[in-house]
Design a protein around this ligand. Sequence first.
Ligand code: RP5
Length: 162
Amino acid sequence: MKKVGIIMGSDSDLPIIKKATDILTALEIPFEVHIYSAHRTPVEARDFALSARENGFGVLIAAAGMAAHLAGAIAANTTLPVIGIPCKSSNLDGMDALLSTVQMPTGIPVATVAINGGANAALLAAQIIAVDDKELALKLDNKRANDAAAVLKKDSEVMKNL
Ligand code: RP5
């Protein structure tokens, strides 16, 4: 199975990344996590992206806050799918990172999830890998069914507390 590569701009982004790695672990998808910044370690970020395909990655997740150029910088150096997570790490509540991540110029796409959307980033990465993996697709179907059952259980109990 192809690996998911996760890059974060700073170790201060780790709580958001943990939401992603928990899901990848539960789905038994191999992953690697790195701290590379588009601004502080641009050479390492570029080199990781350039070699990602030959190193066995199938999809990359890039998480960064503030002037968040990481996902775009990664996407500029690979044609693997790149998922951007805008992180809330400034007084602008993540709107700065959201706009920096989502507003990519034509030709270099980044699939942007919600601010701090680590869980959805992992699920989207899993869905991309599952395009060619029936066993993983079945796990994702089962997760959807379990999630729906949990909501319906709450529905059946909500009136009891009112
Ligand atoms: C970004 O700046 C990082 O992704 C992080 O979200 C933010 C703040 O980084 P630190 O100053 O906490 O290292 O590059």
